[in-house]
Design a protein. Structure first.
Length: 77
């Protein structure tokens, strides 16, 4: 599976499935995600920000750089 999904195909909507479980990433403003939720493929946490894709290994929590940080470790909803 690819490291991330296109944010454009799911603007403002849920975009990813992680190993059969849904992984929620908070919709943020301030130009980071622009209200777009990032997809999290199995084993890889991905943060999609303004067309810039940042892949982070599954054992490392993915932190969304906003006013509020949201960590999503692999295997944890």
């Amino acid at each position: 599976m690819a490291a991330g999904m296109s944010a454009g195909m799911a603007a403002g909507m849920f975009a990813g499935v992680c190993a059969g479980k849904s992984a929620d990433v908070l919709a943020v403003s301030g130009g980071v995600l622009s209200g777009i939720l990032a997809g999290v493929p199995a084993g890889i946490s991905a943060v999609v920000s303004s067309g810039i894709l940042a892949g982070i290994p599954g054992h490392v929590p993915a932190v969304v750089p906003t006013g509020t940080a949201a960590g999503v470790p692999a295997g944890v909803e």
